[in-house]
Design a protein around this ligand. Structure first.
Ligand code: ADP
Ligand code: ADP
Length: 235
């Protein structure tokens, strides 16, 4: 089954008078449960707009985004927060951890907000932290860990509530090559251990090479895709 279906998505910025920009010009693709997919394209090609439309941060001009069978356009404003909390996990270029909370408390946050019982929170946080190699850091504060470690703690937070879909925006963008590799291997572990579905937007071909599938976008259109193991083009 598909966790994500994007159908003929269009986004035009600046309606009415003045100049307009067509950021997305009819984008369609789907992502199956347990798949990892990268979207690559040059700057200005529409990657952020696409991710924001899927994340329900931005609204498309037309077309559909369906997450786990739910057409996100049908969600009311007050349902959106709950939708994002239960269906989506977010990983950004910078870890965005809260410095006043320990790593444990940061990872636990999505569960705490959903009023999960403390014993259950402890088990979930420790399981995910172990998979990501950050179990020894749980009592530390974010400013006491390295950038690479912080990004793995952020990945733990994104995954801990078992969202349908993890959205990652340039997750290796602020990491050196060694820490990029460690983080990407962690994504593979999450995918294998928890069947996590991950959609990432990236400039980094090395990051994209860890995904099952890479979609290429240019001028708001997908123009080709690669599957891991491919030697050439797929049209
Ligand atoms: P990418 O993430 O691939 O760099 P974006 O999605 O940020 O691309 O941008 C796609 C196009 O839409 C670009 O031409 C950009 O200038 C334009 N754009 C993005 N956001 C806005 C906005 N809020 N208002 C007007 N134009 C925008
Ligand atoms: P890593 O490859 O995990 O990023 P580093 O060589 O960057 O490791 O750091 C080694 C150790 O130094 C880390 O385990 C961490 O405890 C500490 N450290 C690194 N960077 C920072 C930082 N910016 N703030 C606090 N501690 C740091």
């Amino acid at each position: 089954t598909n966790v994500l279906e994007v159908r003929n998505l269009e986004k035009v910025y600046g309606s009415g008078r003045g100049s307009t920009t067509q950021a997305l010009a009819g984008v369609s693709f789907s992502v199956a449960t347990g798949e990892t997919v990268a979207i690559m394209g040059p700057s200005g090609s529409g990657k952020t707009t696409l991710l924001n439309c899927i994340a329900t941060i931005d609204r498309p001009t037309s077309g559909e985004v369906i997450v786990n069978g739910q057409d996100v356009a049908a969600l009311r404003q007050r349902q959106l927060a709950a939708f994002r909390r239960t269906e989506l996990g977010f990983i950004f270029q910078d870890s965005n951890l809260l410095d006043t909370l320990t790593c444990f408390e940061n990872i636990a946050l999505p569960l705490t907000i959903s009023r999960v019982r403390p014993a259950e929170i402890k088990t979930s946080v420790e399981t995910v932290a172990t998979t990501l190699g950050v179990a020894e850091l749980l009592d530390k504060y974010p400013y006491q860990v390295s950038g690479g470690q912080a990004q793995r703690v952020a990945a733990a937070r994104a995954i801990v509530a078992n969202p349908s879909l993890v959205l990652a925006d340039e997750p290796t963008g602020a990491l050196d090559s060694k820490n990029s590799q460690i983080l990407l291997e962690c994504f593979e572990s999450l995918n294998q251990r928890f069947d996590s579905t991950i959609l990432m937007v990236t400039h980094d071909a090395f990051a994209a090479s860890f995904c099952h599938r890479v979609l290429f976008i240019r001028d708001g259109r997908l123009f080709t895709e690669l599957r891991r193991g491919d030697k050439g083009r797929h049209d």
